[in-house]
Design a protein around this ligand. Sequence first.
Ligand code: GLC
Ligand code: GLC
Length: 820
Amino acid sequence: MRYGYFDDVEREYVITQPDTPLPWINYLGSQAYFCLISNTAGGYSFYKDARLRRLTRYRYNNAPLDCSGRYIYLRDDGASVAQTEELFWSPSWQPTRTPLDAYECRHGMGYTVIRSTLAQIEASTRYFVPMGENLEVWELTLTNHRTERAQLSVFSSVEFNLWDAMDDATNFQRNYNVGEVEVADGVIFHKTEYRERRDHFAYLACSEPIAGFDTQREAFLGPYRGYAAPVGVESGGLSDSIAHGWQPVGVQHVKVELQAGESKKIIFLLGYHENPHDAKFDPPESQTINKRLVLPTIQKYLQAKQVEKSFQELRAFWDDLFGKFQITTPDEHTNRMVNIWNVYQMMVTFNLSRSASYFESGIGRGMGFRDSNQDLLGFMHLLPERARERILDLAATQMPTGGAYHQYQPLTKRGNNDVGSNFNDDPLWLILSVAAYLKETGEWGILDEAVPYENQSGTEEPLYGHLQRSIQYTLDRLGPHGLPLIGRADWNDCLNLNCFSDSPGQSFQTTTNKDGKVAESVFIAGLFVLAAQEMQAIAHHRGDAADVRAYIEAADTMAKAVWSAGWDGDWFRRAYDDMGRALGSRENDEGRIFIEPQGICVMAGMGLEDGRALQALDSVAEHLETPHGIVLHQPAFTRYYLHLGEISSYPPGYKENAGIFCHANPWIMISEAMVGRGDKAYEYYLLINPSVREDISEVHKCEPYVYAQMIAGKDAPTHGEAKNSWLTGTATWNYVAVTQWILGIRPTYAGLEIDPVLPSDWDGFEAVRYYRGVRYRIKVERHGTGSTVRLEVNGSPVDGRVIPLPEDKSGEVEVHLCLG
Ligand code: GLC
Ligand code: GLC
């Protein structure tokens, strides 16, 4: 069953009924000011950091779902001429949930339009964040389709959050006293804590004269009433309340008279502004906000012309990004994801890592070290300058040991251990992101950038030194089999082999963890081999022969350790536990085979020559494949194991306990492409492709336009149901898998390589890709089995598959690949 459809021309997903199985959301903003917005206008806004600078409140885990948002109400004031029984309603359906005569929500690239009709009054609201601004526009267009005049009231409403979202949700003895607002010329300013150390405030402005306002929540709602039926809307008049403590809100009342057939635009702005510390007040000795600096911005965006211009700029920004790589293949799901939604999702994960979604409250997590490095892998060609900055930010939180803080807060850029530390895979991901940057841009200067450790000035060292320490970090922590010690956990956060937590509620990530010298990870071993190979290539480019030798040797030694202790006979083992027993082995009753080491070890090239890679991949197909994707391991853990930790805390089939953890699926797609099995790679690609799953939206439940972190595995009663959409490494890895390995358009240190491994029923595809400033027009044709390959560049045959870098950077390169 579907709840809408893709409009690929407009790059939109169009939702046609408001009661989707879960809120289906979009993200607005791409630099500092961000919003989450659902198909019924739910969601919240923040500046840079969803925890520390939250503008509006959101009630997670509420009933009904998706409560609080940027709500507009319409009220039919001409009761005597009204052609409906409805006195008031929400044009976005929530929160009144009044049945609408027509409804459509278009989630587009950085904007959302919700359009509905009731009682012949059409309301269309376009929400977006203008480029470079710290505000969101809600542009409401009302149209009277009646044959007579309509007298309407429009109400805007937001509930302000007291900045720190964690404190806001817990510290009521203080917070019920500190809320403050100002109202001036119809603009509502939220200025809690502005009197003391904050230099910032929020505002809600409107392009029309205001008939009234409320800023005290209970005055607007009425005692014991909710947003579904605010007394202010019902009665048609607000009380001009000024919040003193309690829950400050922004509510404005606009009266509108529309002739038959007439339309009118009303613009609302919700924004954030920071004043210079020494110019906070006006007059300076007062406690009144200095509004002189913000008013010009407000005036500017209350103009319909400016709003339209900014909207066009936003579209142009995205057009430009999408123009960097477009494909035409025989499959619409592949085209749609690669050309539109997968890129869009990568941008969102780049911006927010795992901090703010409908499953991540914005309170718990900042920018993850492991996550953000991976998020860059497919992102490089989009905005390489921003990728560069992110790499340097991440590296600056690294520790002198080479280890890493697991995350940093975007507002401060300082690393912290709030979600644990000593995840021993962390530092190696930095090498992968830097390697991807170099392959994309060829800008080797980044390696010489002086970057501090733990953000301490005076500790700067060239980035290359950081990478060397990342390698050394693993080498300094080897276990009894010569495999890397796992530490707190590796990529699988929930494989906690040193934790032994027996108290309810303890965090598996932050509970004191024994500094185990036994538990080892085959996954980190594979990741190490991959990273050491990149280091070897980087050292080679730098002309450092000694380093080249050292990295070759390190990779060889590690690969030997994997073959002697990490190979189980038919697949790669997963780990050794604290007692030195193998996990992910035929010796185990539960957790006999895991996806992660099969993916990472084959990606590192292990077993490609002697058939063992194929054997490992066949084992994946035999034991882990399901109709909804590849599960993390089998058999699922049916009970809690003290020595395994969080992985066994989940009921079977969910999350890391044998869920379809989508992030790891593309590793198998890549591996299948590496062994040349295009059909299998592509089959796995389609299984979790959200657009393919659109048809089973009632099962999948999450948005059909973005990947989710997890789809319930075959051991779960809800097999096929997705959770944790949007913020997942799945976005970047699927993009890498399909573009670089299935389509085979792969940046290398030497240039762009074309090495497709296509499904057998494709006769080719076309692509346009910008690479190092040059436009490549690529045409791949297949006439036979693909055993012979002919590459022509600008009409001349070329040996191998790497296109030599052109002299002329402004030109265009025609690439023709014939698979015979
Ligand atoms: C989540 C985390 C990621 C981790 C994965 C597997 O997606 O954000 O860091 O690798 O879970 O546990
Ligand atoms: C990852 C896992 C999740 C775990 C969390 C701990 O996100 O997916 O299951 O609870 O890490 O931080």
